[in-house]
Design a protein around this ligand. Structure first.
Ligand code: FAD
Length: 392
């Protein structure tokens, strides 16, 4: 029996989940607060590229879109450690050279999963619709539509309030989930914990060489580990690398205390001397690009009756050093699909299994991380930071 779903958020997991539900013939309305990423409006201030690992690829394979995605990916066969002298040390992720993680652009991946969802006639995607509230008992989402101008900038006169009712609503709306906030308000005893690192992140670029080639080893995740902070760089198909500096927000050496051209240049020349000549726009980018924060969200439960569920970052946002937030979010979609397959009557009560640690590996994985257990080599991307982010 087909069930009517409303999904909130067409980020990485939202598009994928819509495709899974569409494949089963469910009726799906997917609402996204931002404009269509195919119009070039990919989320600003978020990572430009990500490490896609086996569990994420498995989720894509089940829908037959892994090859489509991996066409845009670059294998990263190991870590390339850059020390302060500029010396390089390569450490493969696995003895088997066929086991590696993949650098994939967020925009390409987001577009692919949305297009995969739209291939199913029962899936409709509505951009520029921001969910403001969810009535849990009637599974009704309140949304503000803002026309084609984008949810943030549209004039008040263009805005319309819409109510979308369904058999079930799934919040796939990221770390600051509106669906989760509605659950917090309604469910007594809802457990919620958010913690921010003292570190933020800033993205910078190493452009391609004049002939379009990569200026460093292409098939590696580059890391400049520096005790309490680090920079990483992932390759892009256009010959560039996206670098991410993870650094303290405050302190004598920090984002806050590094503002002038001289300070920025001095810091990079001291810490990342081999990268500086490869970063012609360093000063501009450092001053212009946003400094993002890094949040971990733990909450429970991840469902309400047979009506509401949250998956992906909405349920379990993690810091990026594991390289697993998206991969875990994709795995959530696989598990939810399995739950629905086992009960083809379409009873949403199966969403309850999302809180079963044996059903979803994400919380289990989080527990392992909290205990400091070793993760499998192919899914650990970094190597260096001390507490509170000594998780490599
Ligand atoms: P999101 O991708 O955040 O999507 C949520 C969507 O919901 C967005 O499109 C948003 O616009 C929309 N939305 C939000 N609120 C509303 C609302 N009220 N109404 C309507 N729509 C709404 N993970 C990895 O696996 N590998 C990596 O290498 C990796 N690197 C990372 C690097 C950085 C710097 C960061 C910050 C994260 C990284 N992650 C990585 C984590 C990964 O980005 C997230 O885990 C992943 O994006 C989660 O997917 P999601 O669909 O749950 O949420």
């Amino acid at each position: 029996m087909a069930t009517k779903f409303v999904l909130i958020g067409s980020g990485l997991a939202g598009g994928l989940l819509a495709a899974y539900l569409g494949r089963r013939g469910h009726d799906v309305d997917l609402y996204e607060r931002r404009a269509d990423p195919r119009e070039g409006n990919i989320v600003g201030g978020r990572s430009i590229n990500l490490a896609l690992s086996t569990r994420g690829i498995y989720a894509l394979e089940q829908l037959g879109i892994a090859d489509e995605v991996l066409r845009h990916a670059i294998p990263m066969r190991g870590r390339m450690i850059h020390d302060k002298s500029g010396a390089l040390h390569f450490s493969p992720y696995d003895r088997d050279p066929n086991k590696f993680i993949n650098s994939i652009g967020r925009a390409a991946l987001n577009t692919t999963v949305i297009e995969a969802a739209q291939r199913y006639p029962s899936v409709r995607v509505h951009f520029n619709h921001r969910c403001t509230d969810v009535d849990l008992d009637s599974a009704t989402a309140k949304l503000v539509s803002s026309g084609a101008e984008g949810a943030v900038s549209a004039a008040d006169s263009d805005r319309q309030i819409i109510k979308a009712r369904a058999d079930a609503i799934v919040g796939v709306d990221g770390a600051f989930s509106a669906v989760r906030q509605s659950m917090q308000k309604k469910i007594s005893g809802f457990e919620y914990d958010e913690s921010y690192l003292a570190h933020g992140y800033k993205e910078l670029t190493i452009p391609p060489a004049p002939d379009g080639s990569w200026r460093m080893e292409k098939e590696a995740l580059h890391i400049w580990p520096r005790k309490s902070f680090m920079m990483i760089a992932l390759p892009n198909p256009d010959g560039s690398f996206t670098c991410t500096l993870f650094w303290e927000f405050e302190g004598p050496r920090s984002f806050a205390s590094t503002e002038t051209d001289d300070q920025i240049r001095h810091f990079f020349e001291e810490e990342f001397p081999d990268a500086v000549p490869l970063m012609p726009s360093l000063l501009d980018e450092f001053k212009t690009n946003p400094t993002g924060s890094l949040v971990t969200i733990r909450c429970a439960p991840w469902f309400y009756k047979d009506k509401i569920a949250i998956v992906g970052d909405a349920a379990h946002a993690v810091v990026p050093f594991y390289g697993q937030g998206m991969n875990a979010a994709f795995e959530d979609c696989v598990v939810l699909d399995k739950c629905l397959a086992e009960h083809p009557t379409g009873m949403i009560v199966d969403l309850h299994r999302l809180s079963d640690p044996h059903a979803v590996s994400a919380p289990l994985w989080l527990t392992l991380c909290a205990q400091g257990a070793a993760l499998q080599p192919p899914i650990v991307i970094g190597v260096c930071l001390p507490a509170p982010i000594s998780i490599f």
